[in-house]
Design a protein around this ligand. Structure first.
Ligand code: HEM
Length: 134
């Protein structure tokens, strides 16, 4: 909570609480270092250069947690399930995605509560992205 004049209080966004853009950029950068080495996930990414995918995920997460709305300004409504439809997100891809994300979250050094908040979201979101049996 931030004290602001006239005795009112303003809730800090989760984005601000965890350190803003720098934190989300670190998270996603670390995540894509894992993806780059992953024999299942790496071939799923259509572009040779993972940089643009890294940028999209960072901007999406920043926006989701209350940061700038740059993702939607560039990409429109997220519609993430639809955007993932061309990719075979099965159980194995889901597990690999979460493994790299877990390592990346661990490196952030968040408080236990912040960690739980972020991780709960990521696990639910990953489960909702599964679009193939197996
Ligand atoms: C469950 C396993 C998942 C797999 C295998 C996966 C894979 C992919 C792939 C291959 C792309 C295309 C790369 C690109 O060109 O951007 C992509 C895009 C994206 N993914 Fe995932 N993804 C997964 C889960 C998630 C989750 C849980 C989120 C959000 C929390 C997410 C957010 C995004 C975003 C924001 C994009 C870019 C969308 C756009 O603007 O085009 N993904 N993902």
């Amino acid at each position: 909570m931030n004290e602001i004049p006239h005795g009112t209080v303003q809730e800090q966004t989760f984005y601000e609480q965890v350190g803003g853009e720098e934190t989300f950029r670190r998270l996603v950068h670390r995540f894509y270092e894992g993806v780059a080495q992953d024999p299942l996930l790496r071939p799923m990414y259509p572009e040779e250069d993972l940089g643009p995918a890294e940028e999209r995920l960072a901007l999406f997460l920043m926006q989701y947690w209350g940061g700038p709305r740059t993702y939607s300004e560039n990409r429109g409504h997220p519609r993430l399930r639809m955007r993932h439809a061309p990719f075979a997100v099965d159980r194995a891809a889901h597990d690999a995605w979460l493994t790299h994300m877990r390592a990346a979250v661990d490196d952030l050094g968040l408080t236990e509560e912040q960690d739980r908040t972020l991780w709960t979201y990521l696990t639910y979101a990953a489960a909702s992205m599964v679009n193939r049996a197996g």
